[in-house]
Structure formats: C-alpha cells, structure tokens
Write a protein that binds this ligand. Structure first.
Ligand code: HMG
Ligand code: MG
Length: 298
C-alpha cells in the first residue's frame, strides 16, 4: 500500500534559514549542509538567488555554494525566481534550479512581486536555459491548500498553476502547504489536482507544520503513492511572506515515522539528530523536532 522507498529533500539551509532574525554565517550553512549529506541526505536545497533586499538571509548564496565539499550522488538545488537569479545561480553550478510560484494571486504578489501569469513569463526563460544547460528543473507551488491573504484555496487553482508549470517545461513540482493549515483530505485534493498534469513520481509534498498536520498530511500523500517529500532539519524555518507560519516538518520526525513503517530513506537517524543539534545549538534553541527531543532525553 505504501511506497517502499522515500526520497527526501532537506530544505533546512534554504527554507529553514531564510527567516532567521539573526545572521547565520555562510560557514555554518556549509557545515550544516555537510552534516546533512553525511547523514545520508541525497537532495539538499542549499540557498536561493533572490533579491538580497527582500531576503538578506540568502545574500551569501554564492559563498555558500562555493564552500561546499560536494559529495558524489548528492543533488544541490537552489531557488531562482527570474533570469537575474538564474544567471547568478549558474555560476555556482547547482544540480537543480527551482522556480517558485503560488496558487494564490495575493501570495504571488507579496512573495515575488508579480501575478501568477507574470511569474510564468519570468520562469519560462529560466526553465529553458536550465534545460539547455543540463540542469534539472523543479517548480514549487505555494499556497496549495491555504493562503495567508486569501484563505482557503480551491484545488482548481492548484490545477491551473500545475498546468502552467507543465506548459513551460518544469520537470517536477512541489505541492506546498506554505502556512501548514492543510489537513489530509484537503492535501489529497491538492495532490489530485497536480496529478492531472504530473506523474506520481514527479510530485513531492512540502508541508509546513504550523498546525501540527505535516505528518498526517505526509501519510495521506504516501497513501496516494507520493514518495518525494521536503522537510527541514530541526523543523527550522518559515517564509518571510507568510507571517506566523512555522518551519517544514522536521526531517528527524519524518525519518522516524518512515523507518517505523519500514520505508527506506537511506538516512542515519542518529547522524541526522546530530546535524539538527548542531544548528539548534548555533541558534541557541531546542530543535523543533519531537523525535530529536525524545532521543536527547532518553
Ligand atoms: P522585483 O523588485 O519585482 O524585481 O523583485 P525587479 O526585477 O523589478 O528588480 C528590482 C531589484 O531587485 C533590482 O535591483 C534587481 O537587480 C534586483 P536594484 O536595481 O533595485 O538595485 N533583483 C535581484 N537581485 C538578486 N537576485 C535576483 C534579483 N531579481 C531582481 N534574482 C524578486 C522580484 C523575485 C527578485 C523579489 O520579489 C524577491 O527576491 N522576492 C523574494 C522571494 C523569496 O525568496 N521568498 C521566499 C522563498 S519562497 C518560499 O519560501 C516558499 C516555498 O518554500 C514553498 C512554500 O512553502 O510555499 C518555496
Ligand atoms: Mg516552504
């Protein structure tokens, strides 16, 4: 009934750290990425090539990418909202670039300063250039169940965005619950809408855990055969344009659940917990992972 194997993308260095109030040095981001790959993560979302005026936390993007000791078999991805971001990113040799749109018009405006239709016009040359250069292309779709400005989002809006993403040649998409308001049936509807345009192997779940629903939403996705998920080490993160939203589901919690279900992830939970403690110690807080805390107290 469930997939035998799950592929995780840790988005901690990017989604996790883009919202931190105090600056995190590039060296710490690099060390975190190294610890994630040592724990067995084979996909890591490292940074974003966005405007440093909008998101100063990612202003060290090139420095972080340049400092990585890349491990064979690991895919390093970066966010690129437009050609300017793409051109800067390419110099850093990412394995995958991520264009990011939203199923909600209001969120698109707040997050990337343009409408959904305009965003697709900006993404199209990025996708074409990346494919010509042999770089993989992913599309993130925000607010697929709820939006901080528009409230509930209908599955038809998700289908609309998925069709546009498919139309410009995006290879795979993330169905994101940006503010973590989704519950299993709603998430399944957003996934169904996306599956009209992308195969089950090309769709991943990106669930923020604001309301504690990310694990049930993951289970609901697994039931549909989805086997790609994004999570954030130590549950770090949030989006600067989604006030109050917390981080993605903690990678430690997701791995614990999957291991308990006998689903293969290739990840060493002890090393993962250590990676989470490394960044949590730096940030001077407890990991936002129930599993990490439980194992610490054992
Ligand atoms: P804009 O102001 O509309 O862009 O911003 P513009 O083309 O008019 O340019 C304005 C200025 O920005 C110019 O500089 C450009 O050079 C510069 P100036 O002449 O004023 O000095 N600029 C750039 N600089 C660096 N890199 C670039 C770039 N583009 C323009 N790529 C833009 C449009 C998208 C750039 C802006 O709105 C932005 O950076 N937004 C930040 C978006 C962001 O990072 N959001 C968080 C990530 S998305 C997320 O977290 C959701 C996700 O996790 C899924 C989920 O959970 O929902 C993925
Ligand atoms: Mg996110």
């Amino acid at each position: 009934r469930y997939p035998q194997r799950v592929q995780l993308i840790d988005v901690g260095p990017r989604d996790g750290l883009q919202n931190e109030k105090s600056p995190v040095p590039a060296a710490v981001k690099i060390e975190l990425t190294h610890r994630l790959q040592d724990a067995g993560l084979t996909e890591i979302e490292v940074t974003s090539f966005v405007s440093p005026k909008w998101v100063p936390q990612m202003g060290d993007n090139a420095e972080v990418m340049a400092g990585l000791a890349r491990k064979a078999g690991v895919r390093y991805s970066v966010l690129t909202p437009n050609m300017k971001g793409y051109e800067a990113a390419v110099a850093s040799q990412p394995d995958e670039i991520v264009v990011f749109g939203a199923a909600s018009e209001a969120f698109s405006q707040r997050n990337i300063n343009c409408s959904i239709a305009e965003s697709i016009e900006r993404f199209a040359p990025v996708v074409a250039a990346a494919k010509a250069a042999g770089i993989a292309v992913r599309g993130a779709m925000s607010c697929t169940v709820g939006c901080p400005y528009e409230g509930e989002i209908a599955p038809s809006r998700v289908a609309y965005l998925a069709e546009l993403m498919k139309g410009i040649g995006v290879e795979r998409v993330d169905v994101a619950d940006t503010i973590g308001v989704g519950t299993p049936i709603k998430v399944q509807k957003a996934l169904e809408a996306t599956l009209q345009y992308f195969g089950v192997d090309q769709v991943s779940g990106h669930f923020h855990d604001t309301y504690g629903q990310a694990l049930p939403n993951t289970l609901a996705s697994l039931e549909m055969g989805i086997w790609n998920f994004q999570s954030s080490i130590a549950g770090l993160g949030g989006c600067p344009y989604a006030k109050g939203a917390t981080g993605n589901v903690a990678t430690e919690d997701l791995v614990y659940m999957l291991q308990g279900m006998g689903i293969e992830t290739g990840i060493d939970l002890d090393k993962l917990v250590d990676a989470g403690l490394y960044i949590s110690d730096f940030l001077q807080r407890k990991p936002n992972s129930r599993v990490a805390v439980a194992l610490m107290n054992k």
